[in-house]
Design a protein around this ligand. Structure first.
Ligand SMILES: [Zn+2]
Length: 133
């Protein structure tokens, strides 16, 4: 299960840096974003490694919770997880089936990276002379 990180020739970048934060993929929710700053008291530390990221503390995201934007036709959903050393660890209070599990983060595809305007400055392409394509 660990050898996803050993793949050569692929970028295997698991974090996208955006203007507002850092996006990671989630098998349950597609993606989450750690805000760089903003909400008082809600900022995360990031070890800067886009291949094996560690964010601290955990992310606890409530989707469609109570409030003005609540949609009674949709389920309320919680995704609570820790990202550490390239692994995502879902806490037991997630409402989806991945709760309690730990797995390697999925890498973003080249197309997704390009879509978000990620440049070689962040993507580790130093040892990839020109792959063509
Ligand atoms: Zn999620």
């Amino acid at each position: 299960m660990q050898d996803a990180f050993e793949c050569s020739g692929a970028t295997m970048q698991t974090v996208i840096e955006t203007a507002t934060g850092y996006m990671i993929r989630c098998k349950a929710c597609n993606w989450h974003e750690f805000p760089k700053a903003g909400k008082p008291g809600a900022s995360w530390s990031f070890n800067g490694d886009v291949h094996r990221p560690t964010f601290s503390p955990s992310m606890n995201e409530l989707l469609n919770g109570e409030g003005p934007h609540h949609n009674a036709d949709l389920p309320t959903r919680r995704c609570h997880f820790i990202v550490s050393d390239g692994q995502i660890q879902y806490c037991g209070d997630c409402t989806h089936e991945l709760r309690g599990q730990t797995m390697p983060l999925d890498a973003w595809t080249d197309a997704q990276l390009a879509q978000h305007g990620v440049t070689a400055a962040l993507a580790d392409t130093a040892d990839k002379p020109n792959e063509g394509g």
